[in-house]
Design a protein around this ligand. Structure first.
Ligand SMILES: *Cc1c(COP(=O)(O)O)cnc(C)c1O
Length: 489
């Protein structure tokens, strides 16, 4: 059975279900598997499985203390008609490039791939471990996690969900999706500051022993819906296998051929799942880590130095506007296999805002980036060539991949991991396609996009501009603890 331990050396091993309930280790580290399991089915078979079956085959290896019945229950309830396609995560081709569309769930972003199943995994985990307290999900969001978590946990018995988003750091559609959220156990507040401020404030609450004690007395326990939770990360491994299966089915590769993935990266959760897929035996050659103008990861993979002492830039791809990439800690741990070292690097990051670690270079993870203007130009050029419309995050990956390919001459088949529907960022996307849309109303942009694409506005956001605002709090980041206490009175 796979056990989980902290990246920072805490000696307490836990099971997968315990790691899911806790979210983050007591020493502030992230849970990692003590050894990464390798798939136990012949890779040729993956073309036969539908998404749910593949999810079961992969997840059972990592969430190894779940019974088959438990796991299948979680999977069957997650990947159902909530998704607007039977395929769940279809692979599309445009102008010769492959796009793995991960935005067919309820909130139109790839976060749905994990947050549709996390509430089921968490409830099952709580039951398995005799946790009888109400679980409070605390989440910092750069825009997409918040809504996906709210949608996943709304009105789930025995849970509360509290989401914090940076007041000026999300798109109009993202904000409208969150502040109109229904469900009596939901709470949303804007934080004055950027995403890093929100994430740091929330992480602090998790390790606040006094707060934990107070809440425990009142019958509450915290958990996390951010990708620091392995219950978020594990389901994301599945679609890397699924993309590979679709390429093989389409005859674009032979089973066994190595392929690349290009991933638009923020908190390093999505691409880390790709790294796990590779360790588990998926034939992956390169993982291309694409950044926007906040290119701290690009600099890290090039130079070995991770340095957040720089300007935080607000871009049209807000879900990637991040300087402190939480999940990179897991990569550091796996590459060094040394928790002392990982703790030391994280301490340096806390103290000086930087550290140097050269071993992550040459691991077949390639840092690339594309600037705001390069990414927006890519949306327009792909649209003009093929009619296919990418969102602003996918465009960062696409433009980064084109640069990488030109510089390296790498001819492996590549999959661009497509993380959001263009409708979530409709205004930026429309103005990238044509300047004349640069001052349109953000909700009018939905109609324009629908005309450009010759398709209907996706049902979940159809009337988003006219829904009632239910969550109006805007708080200082220092006030976050009192705010949470106030809600959990
Ligand atoms: C969250 C998000 C990302 C970044 O993913 P990470 O797992 O944080 O690296 C990229 N694109 C979109 C649309 C997102 O919502």
């Amino acid at each position: 059975m796979i056990q989980f331990k902290s990246t920072r050396g805490d000696k307490n091993y836990v099971t997968a279900s315990q790691a899911i309930v806790k979210g983050i280790a007591a020493d502030g580290g992230l849970y990692v598997p003590d050894s990464v399991p390798v798939i136990d089915f012949p890779i040729e078979e993956i073309t036969k499985y539908n998404y749910r079956e593949l999810a079961y085959r992969v997840l059972r290896l990592i969430l190894s203390d779940f019974t088959e019945e438990e796991l299948r229950y979680c999977i069957d309830h997650a990947y159902d008609e909530k998704f607007d396609t039977e395929l769940i995560a279809p692979l599309k081709e445009a102008d010769g490039d492959n796009f793995l569309e991960l935005f067919h769930g309820k909130t139109l972003a790839f976060k749905d791939m994990a947050l549709s199943i996390l509430p089921y995994l968490l409830k099952t985990s709580a039951k398995k471990n005799g946790v009888d307290k109400e679980i409070v999900i605390l989440t910092a969001t750069s825009g997409d996690t918040g809504k996906a978590a709210l949608e996943g946990f709304a009105d789930v018995d025995g849970t509360r969900i509290i989401v914090f988003f940076p007041v000026d750091g999300v798109s109009d559609v993202q904000k409208a999706q969150m502040v109109t959220q229904k469900g009596k156990n939901t709470c949303v507040a804007a934080i004055k500051g950027n995403f890093d401020d929100a994430q740091t404030a929330v992480k602090k609450l998790f390790t606040d022993k006094e707060l934990a004690g107070e809440l425990e007395e009142k019958g509450f326990v915290f958990s996390s819906a951010n990708s620091i939770n392995i219950g978020r990360l594990a389901p994301q491994i599945v679609y890397y296998f699924y993309a590979y299966a679709q390429l093989a089915k389409a005859g674009k590769i032979k089973i066994g051929d190595k392929i690349n993935f290009t991933v638009p990266t923020g908190n390093f959760g999505n691409i880390l799942a790709g790294y796990y897929a590779k360790l588990m035996g998926l034939p992956v050659d390169k993982l291309i880590c694409a950044s926007n103008d906040n290119k701290v990861l690009y600099d890290f993979f090039k130079s070995g130095t991770y340095d957040i002492n720089r300007e935080f830039i607000l871009t049209a791809s807000p879900s990637m506007d991040i300087l402190i990439s939480s999940n990179l800690e897991r990569l550091l741990y796996h590459v060094s296999n040394d928790s002392e070292k990982t703790r030391e690097l994280m301490n340096n990051l806390n103290k000086d805002g930087k550290y140097t670690f050269n071993e992550a270079k040459n691991k077949n993870i390639i840092g690339e980036y594309s600037s705001e203007s390069e990414s927006l130009a890519a949306i327009r050029s792909l649209y003009e060539k093929s009619g296919y419309i990418m969102d602003t995050h996918t465009a960062v990956a696409y433009a980064s991949y084109k640069k990488y390919q030109q510089e390296s001459g790498d001819n492996n088949i590549n999959v661009i991991v497509s993380t959001a529907s263009p409708y979530k960022f409709a205004k930026s996307v429309c103005s990238a396609i044509d300047d004349k849309y640069s001052s349109i109303d953000p909700f009018e942009a939905l109609d324009i996009l629908s005309t450009l694409q010759n398709a209907d506005i996706p049902a979940p956001i159809k009337d988003i501009g006219s829904r009632e605002v239910l969550h109006k709090s805007v708080i200082e980041r220092e006030a976050i603890k009192d705010f949470v206490k106030g809600i959990l009175k």
